[in-house]
Design a protein around this ligand. Sequence first.
Ligand SMILES: C[S@@+](CC[C@H](N)C(=O)[O-])C[C@H]1O[C@@H](n2cnc3c(N)ncnc32)[C@H](O)[C@@H]1O
Length: 229
Amino acid sequence: MTITSFFKQLVGVGAPSAFVPDEYWEQRHRSYHDSHEAVGHIGLSAEANATQYATKRELILDAVGRYVSTDETPTLLDAGCGIGLLTRHFVDAGFSVVGADFCEIAIERAKAEGGAVEFVVSPLSTLDLDRRFDVVVVVDVLLHVVNEEEWRRTLTALTRHLAPGGVFVILDWFEEDADGLGEHVCPRGADRYQRVLHELNFEVVEHTRFDLEHEGATKDLMVVRRCGS
Ligand SMILES: C[S@@+](CC[C@H](N)C(=O)[O-])C[C@H]1O[C@@H](n2cnc3c(N)ncnc32)[C@H](O)[C@@H]1O
């Protein structure tokens, strides 16, 4: 099955016809409250999703480890954390973690898992925590920010939360020509990310394309730092 047909399946979760992202996500989190389908790949089994999450987690922690030492409990913002499937692993890896998502149901679910994580309910484009983090990660969220201006505002807000010398890690699907995937999906090419990040005075220091098992598709991991850091 191609990634296109997988994404097309996602439309079937009941997206309203006039697409409103927070309503879509509330409905999806409500429908799949206790399962990986709220945030993972609806077309795949729980086991296959778990494998994909393990791959993503390892890639992120490997990349972060090249720039940030966990000797002194660095801080990490998990932006668009969903039900916290990655969040708790960042705690286990030695980070002091804040998770943010605009869906209250998702955050309630993430909180129920326990663990020393502070959670915040907020759209990422207006996130203002009045603090900065050694690491900001945003996993499989930006392709769902379908409005162009909001996407730019989200990148602006997230980079503002980065401490000097910190790293911004984007795990997403960088694809420019991806029509017909559903109203909740709007991937963009790596060049577009690079351009906007450059305007914000950030530079891409790593970009890795990787295959996800079971999906027959690629994803992208981008590591970004403030220019000159
Ligand atoms: C595909 S899920 C990924 C969740 C998590 N990062 C993970 O990998 O398990 C996307 C998440 O982003 C959240 N989200 C989507 N758009 C958002 C926005 N503009 N602001 C905050 N959260 C958003 C959704 O509620 C959902 O929990």
